[in-house]
Design a protein around this ligand. Sequence first.
Ligand code: ZN
Ligand code: ZN
Length: 298
Amino acid sequence: MKVTLLGTGSPVPLPDRAGTSILVSIGDERLLFDCGPGTVTRLLENGINPGSIDRLFFTHHHIDHNAEFFNFAITNWARGNGSETLRIHGPNPWTDTLLESLYDIYEEDIEYREEVGYPSNGIWDVETDPVDDGSVIETSRWRVEAREVDHSIEAYAYRITDTQTGREVVLSGDTSMCDEIVEIADGADLLVQDCCIAPVADDPPTDEDTDAYVWDEYTSELPDEKRAGLHETHCDPSEAGEIASNAAVDTVVLTHLLPYRDREAIRSGVAAQFDGDIIVAEDGLEVGVDPIDATTNR
Ligand SMILES: [Zn+2]
Ligand SMILES: [Zn+2]
């Protein structure tokens, strides 16, 4: 089993951190979790054919987790072999609404593509399955269990089991510190954990020293009120470490990072609570789980 952190950012768009999207590869199968802005580009950068994915899971329907859905669905179809229909799992009614919107908005576009030779299968037969607390989706090779966590809207963490090797990965999705994420992560080999609330790096970019776009609001610490609001729905490094420690996972990967964060402060904040392995995510990070082995393609 291998986990590829395609997008490790937040709703704040930045070139080096795309919106959330995580690929889990088990044997020949590829499961995509969330489809934030930049997903298709990041798949291509990692050498993954978007058409090779036949399962998409949504943790929740915030824009940084679903905004690339239309592009992904069309690309998945256009690059697919037509033999596997995309199946989408996520909270409803939003997952159904997203798929219906695809058909509403792009009906003529899809028909035009069929006329010019794209496959006749793989787009009109996309299926959705609603996810609830405790939902289990499984095949002969893997099992995915959903657990509702604490966020500003209905949101799920997923525990993914490679039933051939017994290895287990948990993706927290967006969550505040809560019992449910500790319970679903219990004893996992790898936990990919929301760590949105983290201190700013010592040397954030400024408009003066770079030609690149700078989102000024995030080059200094957030105002207390805004930070407190975010903290009600996301974790800080100490909480991420506490979750990893209480769940007794082997390795934790910290993700969903705001711009210009201090990676060492994230690592040390987690390490104060957790004595397992700690990885601060970057886009393109690949983590093998048989055993844990991290590399990056970017
Ligand atoms: Zn969210
Ligand atoms: Zn998010």
